[in-house]
Ligand binder design. Structure first.
Ligand code: FAD
Length: 464
């Protein structure tokens, strides 16, 4: 095959890589993207999108089951709700298929050349791609490594058979009657809660003292309460020892003794590992930072002309961080002055209720040496939350005590993910408590709790 040349080669078409390539194409850069599986990467095919589809289906089903059981506070009843899980999965696949095709079309529209195959560096300016029809050599001035991440495997529970990762969990053809989830981070809790709502008996095993250890317990408490109400058993301070000898579940160490957990499927969600192997890193001299590729404020690696973006570059491993980095790198390659400031990257757990965090939590602010004012407003005092029958949770605003500059916002509540943009905007624009309190928030909306939390920090909340 004849060698191909381009100005920019992007390896990996996840949210980082495809956004980078689209923006580069829009800017008139001769760009090529290589992907070995499907356009859209983890996020679109086996991550963000399919998980939220399953979560939504589970919510709908749980609501119907609640109605049938007479647990609907609005007096709505239903008879015999049923779910055809095969149809649910087909619906989810339809969404991911459409979105993946959409990415292919957006790349085409931006004039980006695309190759399907596994890329591997020969040297810093040459990459070979193993395609179906043979080895294609690509020579380029700049390369963006956007190879993403994969699920971490536990040595005592290797993937295979009944031991599955989130990827397989999102494509099960039959609902497991019982499910053990190992790891109570956001992926484990999102999927564990969804399967519990769909009818599985779910047990969650976590080595640390509590669920979602990255968040403070005020934020996680409503989630723990809801999981308990759904019948999910959560075993904290519990470590996995082995698969049970009969192959029907797990043996864990809990409270100083062994305990057996029966499970048709064992979902391991103990974190994700950056993909730093399999693309010829050994041919390069890239500095690493722990398990990630070291980058500077412009996503440059230690090698000239080589950039890295997304999950392969560090935490938080989130799609919107990858996309923001991808867009920035394309503009830098086009000669624009851009740099990366990661003050306002919202993190959302699509648990029940949802959790949003952006910027510093109170404890983090104190540790960073700030004197703070903190205001918290509960949804139990918010009219809209009452009309939605979702009164659990709150919005909390953390600001500097001296000039009231907002340092962080956290919230837990039903559907609160949609407020993450308002929170991030406040931080990004350098808002003060008075700016948020002085913004007219529509009534009745849950967003009023944001203004009230700011007023509370200023010492004069109106509705509590
Ligand atoms: P990826 O999306 O991992 O894409 C990397 C791509 O590179 C892959 O398609 C891979 O095939 C390709 N590749 C790797 N090596 C090569 C090679 N040698 N040659 C060619 N191609 C290669 N994030 C959120 O922000 N919100 C969420 O709600 C959310 N939910 C999630 C739920 C689940 C179940 C999971 C697993 C993840 C979730 N994430 C979520 C995380 C999100 O998916 C990742 O942060 C995001 O996909 C990272 O994007 P990326 O571009 O860095 O890499």
């Amino acid at each position: 095959m004849k060698d191909i040349t381009c100005k920019l080669l992007v390896i990996g078409a996840g949210p980082g890589g495809y956004v980078c390539a689209i923006r580069a194409g829009q800017l008139g850069i001769d760009t090529m993207i290589v992907e070995m599986t499907k356009a859209g990467g983890t996020c679109l095919n086996v991550g963000c999108i399919p998980s939220k589809a399953i979560i939504h289906a589970a919510d709908e089903f749980a609501a119907a089951v609640g109605m049938a059981a007479g647990r609907n506070p609005m007096g709505i009843g239903a008879a015999d709700p049923a779910i055809d899980f095969g149809k649910t999965i087909a619906w989810k696949d339809g969404i991911t298929g459409r979105l993946s095709m959409g990415v292919v079309n957006l790349l085409k529209k931006a004039g980006v050349k695309a190759l399907v195959g596994r890329a591997r560096f020969r040297d810093g300016k040459t990459v070979e791609v193993e395609t179906e029809t043979g080895l294609q050599v690509v020579r380029c001035e700049n390369v963006v490594i956007a190879t993403g991440s994969t699920p971490v495997e536990l040595p005592v529970l290797p993937f295979g058979g009944n031991v599955i990762s989130s990827t397989e969990a999102l494509s099960l053809t039959e609902m497991p009657k019982s499910l053990a989830v190992v790891g109570a981070g956001y992926i484990g809790l999102e999927l564990g809660t969804a399967f519990a709502k769909l009818g599985s008996k779910v047990t969650i095993v976590e080595a640390q003292e509590r669920i979602l250890p990255l968040y403070d317990s005020a934020l996680t408490q409503p989630v723990a309460k809801r999981m308990a109400a759904l019948g999910i058993e959560v075993l904290t301070k519990t470590s996995v020892k082995a698969l049970s000898p009969d192959g029907d579940g797990l043996v864990v160490e809990h409270n100083g003794g062994d305990r057996r957990i029966l499970a048709d499927k064992i979902l391991v969600t103990v974190g994700r590992r950056p993909v730093t192997e399999g693309w010829g890193r050994e041919e390069l001299e890239l500095d690493m930072e722990g398990r990630f590729i070291r980058i500077d404020g412009q996503c440059r690696t230690s090698m000239r002309g080589i950039y890295a973006i997304g999950d392969v570059t560090g935490e938080p491993m989130l799609a919107h961080r990858a996309m923001a980095q991808g867009e920035m790198v394309a503009e830098i390659v086009a000669g624009k002055r851009r740099s990366w400031e990661k003050v306002a990257i919202p993190a959302v757990c699509f648990t029940d209720p949802e959790i949003v965090s952006v910027g510093l939590a109170p404890e983090e602010a104190r540790r960073a040496g700030h004197e703070t004012k903190v205001g918290q407003f509960p949804f139990a005092a918010n009219g809209r939350a009452m009309t939605l029958a979702s009164e659990d949770g709150f919005v909390r605003v953390v600001a500097r005590a001296d000039n009231h500059l907002v340092l962080g916002i956290q919230a837990v509540g039903a559907g609160i993910s949609e407020l993450s943009a308002a929170f991030a905007l406040a931080l990004e624009m350098g808002a003060r408590l008075e700016d948020i309190a002085g913004t007219i928030h529509a009534h009745p909306t849950q967003s009023e709790a944001f203004a009230e939390a700011s007023l509370k920090a200023l010492g004069h909340a109106l509705h509590i």
